[in-house]
Design a protein around this ligand. Structure first.
Ligand SMILES: C[S@@+](CC[C@H](N)C(=O)[O-])C[C@H]1O[C@@H](n2cnc3c(N)ncnc32)[C@H](O)[C@@H]1O
Length: 205
């Protein structure tokens, strides 16, 4: 296999893709288009598209290197259900007007809070009622000290950029409710991560 191409590889994506897939199997619709925000290397979207053939996947990322990696993995997979990657920054208006579900893995703590605000605002704009917005990552939770691994991770993120860092689950839920989503369904995941499934409220809820 020729590895001198644009494919990037994230060891964490290989570790967490199956636990995430198990939650997605329950949360995603049987058909339609899943928009992925912050696709990174693209390894997740390939794995999910192979496992969920009834769905189309629209990967995206703001970074050129990620776009090239997603396109390279996608081409190698031969899967027709993966659309070409979109260049999409969660903090700016999105170049897409419809999706049946949105997934976003390990992004809101590795970006300023404005990225979470943009994510929920734009997701609320394009998702139909009851549709899921899936988030995965580590969070701070009320009344619980951060686990040692997450504390160290939080410190390393803030050292890279003071605007980054683990988000408060309560703050994310408040943001979600203010933008038109119901309280999340929370699933404990390996390595002190959480899977959160927010559903778009009907306008009159
Ligand atoms: C830690 S990586 C996660 C990639 C992938 N989801 C995974 O779990 O392997 C974070 C990703 O967030 C993307 N990102 C950073 N800021 C963003 C923003 N404002 N909007 C969308 N994506 C962003 C980065 O380009 C990067 O690909």
């Amino acid at each position: 296999m020729n590895m001198s191409d644009n494919r990037l590889s994230a060891p964490s994506a290989l570790r967490n893709r199956d636990p995430i897939l198990a939650v997605l199997r329950e949360a995603l619709p049987a058909s339609g288009t899943v928009l992925e925000i912050a696709s990174g290397s693209g390894e997740h979207v390939i794995h999910f598209a192979k496992a969920l053939p009834g769905l189309s996947f629209q990967p995206s990322d703001p970074a050129e290197s990620a776009m090239a990696s997603i396109a390279a993995w996608s081409e190698e997979s031969g899967l027709l259900s993966i659309l070409p990657p979109l260049q999409l920054d969660a903090t700016a208006p999105w170049p897409v007007d419809a999706a049946d579900a949105i997934i976003c893995i390990n992004m809101i703590h590795i970006a300023p809070w404005a990225a979470a605000q943009g994510l929920f605002a734009e997701a609320a704009r394009i998702l139909p009622p009851d549709s899921p917005l899936f988030l995965y990552g580590p969070y701070r939770r009320p009344g619980r000290p951060l686990e040692a691994s997450n504390l160290a991770f939080d410190e390393s993120l803030k050292a890279r950029d003071p605007a980054w860092g683990l988000r408060d689950l309560d703050a994310v839920t408040t943001l979600a409710e203010a933008t038109g989503f119901a309280e999340p369904e929370v699933t404990e995941m390996p390595a002190n991560n959480l899977a959160l499934v927010f559903r778009r409220r009907r306008v009159r809820d």
